[in-house]
Design a binder for this molecule. Structure first.
Ligand code: PLP
Length: 397
């Protein structure tokens, strides 16, 4: 009797998964242990662990050269950086943020006593919709003191349009550029898009420091305020500030950051090669659209994001994630990156399009533990899932 199935085998139907172990895809990159050992020995020899140590100053110096910025202020993490930025600019009342905003963005506003006003995102890029930001500013004259723009998925917002709106309405513009480390925008490095930009060195980012973050600004007075807010010990020019925090970067974080910075170009080109492989592998899979970093930016290529059109693909985003999970492929969406969904009321008609976009995206594995062969296999599963979508969507999970 012929027992060959009439369709490819799928883990979700009980077959052996395509990958023996989970293809994680966001495994933290770790430089070789000997390099850690050497840089940590120096820290122990100096017996100086924090309070703007030499490694923190060196990291600030290297990051300011990389970004062509007058000031880089290293901090413990990006969340505290965002809170410090709001405090340094003395924001009040309301701040415009995109409908796709992380827990950190929203919590930074909460800690600064600010109310988020959500604007739509564009479905093709996931970046802020400038027309909607303009409408919001026109309607809320006076109550809004700033725009907190998010450069999403290794790409960038329409920063010139946002800058011109900020100047027209006399409000501040600052950026969560956590996803956009080292992007180059129209030939110029990221960092100076707004009054201040905030970056993370969390281990999940392409440029890591275990934890850590930094802020970029070309405004001398703002930089002085940030350095005095960062810690009650201050650093640099003394400036009176109402509140201080503890956002100091430790020498251990700076050491890891420096090692990562050395290796960033290799990580970036490796990601680009994988992303291009995904692009060609998914070209003919209808109903699945790969978001491409915008033409005006040289991306860090740290994210592979797909948008599912259920009516064409034949199955929902969540069902597709379940199919991939059953093959040991870590496809995912991050609740903490879309924390805004909990704040957007169902009756907010204007934002429903963005909510739908957010409910239909997912990320595919990328990074140091993913090979070109892995990408080919993932693309093959996606193509087969599309072909057998009608059958797969009926399976109970
Ligand atoms: C878009 C975005 N903003 C902010 C943060 C917060 O960064 P941190 O963990 O350094 O506070 C993250 C964390 O992953 C993030 O993805």
């Amino acid at each position: 009797m012929n027992t060959t199935p009439s369709h490819p085998t799928f883990g979700i139907l009980g077959a052996r998964p395509r990958f023996n172990t989970l293809l994680v895809g966001d495994t933290t990159y770790l430089p070789a242990p000997e390099r850690y050992e050497s840089i940590f020995r120096d820290i122990f020899a100096r017996q100086y662990y924090t309070n703007q140590g030499p490694l923190t100053s060196q990291l600030e110096q290297r990051l300011s050269v990389l970004h062509g910025m007058r000031h880089v202020v290293c901090v413990t993490n990006a969340t505290i950086g965002l809170i410090m930025a709001a405090e340094a600019m003395e924001l009040r009342d309301q701040v415009v943020v995109p409908a796709l905003a992380s827990t950190s963005v929203l919590q930074s506003l909460a800690w600064a006593g600010l109310e988020p006003i959500f604007c739509n995102i564009d479905s093709s890029t996931h970046q802020m919709n400038i027309g909607h930001v303009t409408d919001i500013l026109n309607q809320n004259r006076g109550a809004i003191s700033g725009i907190l723009a998010v450069n999403q998925w290794g790409s960038i917002c329409d920063a010139p349009a946002l800058r011109s709106l900020a100047s027209r309405f006399g409000i501040h513009l600052y950026f969560d550029s956590v996803h956009a480390f080292a992007n180059v925008v129209n030939g110029a490095s990221i960092g100076s898009l707004g009054d201040v930009e905030v970056f993370s060195l969390h281990s999940s980012q392409i440029m890591g420091g275990a934890e850590g973050g930094f802020l970029c600004t070309n405004d001398d007075a703002l930089a002085a305020r940030l350095r005095n807010i960062r810690s009650s010990y201050g650093a640099g020019t003394f400036t009176a500030v109402a509140k201080t925090s503890n956002g100091r970067m430790s020498e251990a974080q700076a050491a890891l950051g420096l090692l990562h910075l050395d290796d960033f170009p290799q990580l970036q080109s490796r990601n680009l090669a994988l992303l291009q492989r995904y692009e060609s592998g998914l070209e003919k899979v209808s109903g699945l659209r790969l978001l491409k970093p915008s033409d005006t930016c040289n991306s860090n290529y740290a994210y592979v994001v797909c948008q599912v059109d259920e009516s064409v693909f034949g199955m929902s985003r969540d069902r597709l994630i379940a199919v991939l999970k059953a093959e040991n492929i870590n496809a995912r969406h991050h609740p903490c990156l879309e924390a805004s969904l909990a704040y957007i009321a169902p009756e907010e008609d204007q934002l429903q399009h963005s909510v739908d976009v957010i409910r239909n995206y997912f990320q595919l594995p990328l990074g140091v533990d993913v090979s070109v062969h892995d990408v080919d296999q993932v693309c093959a599963v996606l193509a087969e899932a599309r072909t057998y979508a009608t059958m797969l969507k009926k399976i109970e999970v």
